[in-house]
Design a protein around this ligand. Structure first.
Ligand code: HT9
Ligand code: FE2
Length: 337
């Protein structure tokens, strides 16, 4: 099994090289990179995401051992060391023939699914082109898990705890607000085989979580962490704009639950715990933020079930076998130099 992560910087000198890795060829304006670099520098240039992925690897190892499944768990990232190429090389050296790839994203879209398939392809190409390297394992990505029972349970318990942390008088009326990473409208339009799957899967996951934690209550799904130049439309509303609209319409309390992510990485602790909480404070809204799934035992058990299902060789689900054009974003041609 290979946990395939996003990667994150481990110190201030890593921040810019990491950001350049993330945004290579993506036309993200330099001002945006400078601004995001500041978020990382606020934490000494260290993203919490690597420790969170290490913890997930350890939890999966224990889960598999406990279930009598004798399978090593490797870890590699797209954007920072340990890179997926190095993990693939290590698996090759260890004689692994096939890798089940768990991407640290539960959803469809280019950024959440297709790009992880491409990471695997790149790692395999690197080995194949190196005449001194062993052939290395074939690879197979595990399917989307936004509706896996353990993912839903972990998020539902966290949402219930966040609601319970509010002052008693607003617990019953606080607005429940699911958040996920905004993506360009053009990327959302082609997510999944028929398009629109990123939003549809998020909507479904948030609905399952609310049904479990606060049955019968309404919720909103809004977006955070927008990037890209202002001229390119991304999914809206932004969470901060949404908080303003809620305050204007007379709401007094909000509970954010970042259903789009599986751990409390930098986009969660900066964009929500810092920016959105500050916005809520200015608006006089009581505020709570639910934890992400992390290494919740029910979540880790569901990931083991995904693996077991794949090893049993049943009909592959979306995220494992995707149509060739699934989540394929046509990028505008570059002007000649
Ligand atoms: C859908 C989605 C997920 C969820 C799925 C998944 O988890 O994979 C996600 C996760 C993450 N995004 C992260 C960080 C960044 N994302 C950026 C930029 C972008 N994200 C995008 C989308 C997503 N991103 C997009 C469309 C861009 C524009 C560039 C492009 O078209 O590709 C940038 C560049 C600077 C900026 O402009 O923000 C950074 C630094 C971190 C690490 C946090 C940490 O270090 O703890 C994580 C987990
Ligand atoms: Fe991102």
């Amino acid at each position: 099994m290979l946990v395939l992560g996003f990667g994150g910087p481990e110190g201030s000198d890593d921040v810019m090289p990491f950001l350049l890795n993330v945004t290579r060829g993506r036309g993200i304006p330099p001002e945006r990179l400078e601004a995001v670099a500041e978020h990382y520098h606020h934490f000494g240039g260290v993203s919490p995401i690597n420790d969170q992925n290490k913890a997930l690897v350890a939890a999966l190892e224990a889960e598999l051992t406990g279930a009598g499944i004798d399978l090593p768990v490797y870890w590699g990232n797209r954007n920072w060391a340990p890179y997926v190429e190095d993990a693939w090389r290590q698996m090759a050296d260890d004689g692994i023939e096939h890798a089940y790839v768990l991407a640290t994203s539960a959803y469809a879209s280019f950024s959440g699914c297709r790009q992880y398939h491409e990471d695997v392809a790149r790692a395999r190409v690197a080995l194949e082109l190196d005449p001194s390297a062993p052939t290395g394992p074939t690879g197979e990505k595990l399917p989307h898990y936004f509706d896996a029972p353990g993912f839903v349970q972990a998020n539902a318990e966290a949402l219930a705890a966040a609601i319970a942390s509010l002052p008693e008088e607003v617990r019953g009326t606080a607005r429940l607000v699911a958040t996920a990473h905004s993506i360009p409208n053009a990327m959302a339009a082609v997510a999944g085989p028929g398009g629109g799957a990123y939003e549809a899967e998020l909507q479904r996951a948030a609905q399952l979580v609310v049904e479990a934690a606060a049955p019968g209550r309404d919720f909103d799904l809004v977006w955070q962490s927008r990037s890209g130049p202002p001229s390119v439309p991304w999914l809206e509303p932004d969470v901060n704009d949404h908080l303003r609209a809620l305050a204007e319409s007379g709401e007094t309390a909000v509970v954010l639950f970042p259903i789009g992510f599986i751990s409390d990485h930098l986009e969660v602790i900066w964009d929500l715990d810092n920016e959105a909480e500050e916005t809520a404070g200015e608006l006089g809204l009581a505020f709570a933020r639910a934890a992400t799934a992390g290494t919740h035992p029910a979540f880790v058990a569901s990931l083991r079930e995904l693996l077991v299902e794949r090893r049993a060789g049943g009909e592959p689900r979306l995220g494992t076998n995707c149509p060739a054009s699934c989540c394929f974003v046509q990028r505008p041609a570059r002007p000649a130099a």
